[in-house]
Unconditional design. Structure first.
Length: 181
């Protein structure tokens, strides 16, 4: 069983392959041109490790929050692979992935106007919903481009059910409000 890990939510593109509960390979690229580099990085990872898409059993994808384009690219690639190869896709937010390092935590990331955050219990499950606040709160642990422990994410998701591929959606940093008048 080989699992593909995709994280395109921020400035760094991170791809990994997990086999037999071990990180087989990982590629990282700093880029502000996700649309140009993501598929190339994925192809390099697969070719260098002699892995075909037919070898994949599941895809784990960081579905946000993060850059609008970056998050969309990762989610779309995961959906395409999952749909065309009929394999499981398991999303996890960047915040939940970081929360795996804590017992109980409220964690957030900053953008230029505020903080997008979430609270997680000791089982690392989301409490309530994601939130956006304009002011810093001492109860929120602020993270930047902290690296996610891919194997910890894999272990956390291992026994979780996969998501219906059509329900997989990006999680953006800030909700866009639209006036319907």
């Amino acid at each position: 069983m080989i699992t593909l890990y995709i994280d395109t939510h921020m400035e760094y593109l991170v791809m990994g392959l997990i086999k037999d509960n071990k990180l087989l390979a990982k590629k990282v690229l700093k880029s502000n041109k996700h649309s140009r580099h993501t598929t190339n990085l994925l192809n390099e990872l697969m070719l260098e490790n002699n892995v075909s898409f037919d070898d994949l059993e599941e895809v784990i994808v960081i579905n946000g929050p993060g850059s609008f384009t970056g998050v969309r690219i990762g989610v779309v690639i995961a959906k395409i692979i999952g749909y065309t190869k009929n394999i499981k896709v398991k999303p996890i937010s960047y915040l939940q992935a970081l929360a795996l390092d804590y017992d109980e935590v409220t964690i957030g990331i900053k953008d230029k106007n505020g903080i997008f955050g979430a609270k997680f219990n000791k089982e690392h499950e989301l409490i309530d919903d994601y939130f956006y606040v304009n002011k810093y709160n001492d109860d929120i642990i602020i993270k930047g481009d902290d690296e996610v422990n891919i194997l910890k994410v894999y272990e956390f998701l291992k026994n979780k059910p996969d998501l219906n591929i059509h329900l997989l959606k990006p999680l953006y940093v800030k909700n866009i409000e639209v006036n319907h008048d």
